[in-house]
Design a protein. Structure first.
Length: 372
């Protein structure tokens, strides 16, 4: 059932990896293979990416350039500013552990009108996996950065990794972010991918109860947007309204979501594959922006990228066999690869079980209890 083009030829965003280094954190669940090495993106790579991006952004005022790591702030303000300079008409976003944020960085964010996302896993006792390179708890250094953002009146979102989705913790977890004034909270259940091989086995029932409890806490105090709960509610609204239910990025054509690694290599669909190599697929890149234009790499991604056809086979098998496919759209490429011993045509993953199927079931259970 493979069509000629299943990837869109124009993305809605690009992810830029300005450095592989992550300072000063060394989270135990991190998937990044080179987080202790300071590989820096050069300005000529940013200039090469900006050429087609500026054309795309001219037709899409919501086009986003996401600076993701490593820790993007480890790049330094001057160099990050130089990397951002070639882009025109885009929204710049940064995902940071906040440990390096000071008044000067806050001024930088305001000057460039950047959207700021902070990585923190909830109250201090839920942050045990977020440790510094020196082995110390990372909670307080992140909170210092958050306090700087608050002092400067800079709104911020948050991404939290939940290693143990315990329903008994859900309300306290949510209230922590609500009290911080987080605009949007994304919740990622810990995944087995990259160099992280320590993720727990999935308990679907417990995970569903966690999502129900989290949705209950949100409904009791709906001041922070819950990304995952909103996705389910949007899906349910589409079903009830008789609309197309395929959620982004699973609709056809898929957004290729290109990630540009520090060296200019372009990875489609799964940023988590950056930095890894495989005997069958090589380094997973579609090409390099220093050799071919990003617009060409995106347009020709499916014929240039040997692993993508195998990935489509897995997606089609999911479509034929999984009752949650209309919501999920098929497992992410990196989860398939790392959970299925280097295969991309496998189906259900632990990530599917806890972060997609259990999410759908848990929020549906919440919605049944609150029909209005």
């Amino acid at each position: 059932m493979h069509s000629a083009l299943r990837l869109a030829t124009r993305p809605g965003s690009v992810i830029m990896q300005p450095t592989t280094q992550c300072l000063p954190m060394d989270c135990t669940y991190c998937y990044l293979p080179f987080r202790k090495i300071k590989n820096l993106m050069t300005v000529d790579i940013a200039e090469a990416v900006a050429k087609p991006v500026n054309v795309w952004a001219a037709d899409n005022p919501r086009f986003e350039v996401v600076w993701h790591g490593g820790e993007p702030l480890a790049t330094g303000r001057e160099h990050l500013g130089a990397l951002m300079a070639p882009f025109e008409g885009v929204t710049h976003s940064v995902q940071t552990n906040a440990a390096l944020i000071d008044d000067a960085w806050c001024g930088f964010f305001q000057e460039h009108e950047m959207h700021v996302g902070v990585s923190i896993d909830g109250p201090e006792d839920m942050n045990t996996h977020r440790v510094t390179l020196a082995g110390h708890p990372g909670f307080r250094v992140t909170m210092r950065g958050i306090e700087r953002l608050q002092r400067h009146g800079i709104p911020f979102s948050a991404i939290a990794v939940v290693s143990d989705p315990n329903p008994a913790d859900a309300a306290r977890f949510y209230e922590f972010f609500a009290e911080l004034g987080v605009t949007t909270l994304g919740v990622n259940v810990e995944e087995e991918e990259g160099v992280n091989v320590g993720a727990k086995e999935a308990d679907a029932v417990r995970a569903a109860e966690f999502w129900t409890a989290l949705a209950d806490a949100w409904r009791a105090n709906p001041v922070t947007r819950l990304r995952e709960v909103q996705r389910v509610l949007n899906f349910a609204g589409a079903v009830l309204g008789g609309h197309n239910t395929a959620p982004t990025p699973t609709s056809a054509p898929w957004d290729p979501m290109p990630t540009i690694a520090y060296d200019g290599g372009v990875i489609m669909l799964s940023p988590e594959l950056a930095g890894f190599t495989d005997a069958r697929f090589g380094d997973f890149t579609t090409g390099n922006v220093l050799k071919d234009g990003l617009d060409v790499l995106v347009a020709e991604a499916e014929k240039r990228t040997p692993w993508i056809p195998e990935f489509w086979t897995g997606v089609d098998t999911c479509r034929a066999t999984c009752p949650a496919f209309a919501f999920c759209g098929g497992a992410h490429a990196a989860n398939r690869y790392f959970e299925h011993n280097g295969r991309l045509d496998g189906t259900r993953t632990r990530y599917c079980t806890t972060a997609k199927i259990a999410l759908l079931e848990g929020v549906t259970q919440h919605a049944r209890a609150h029909p209005h």
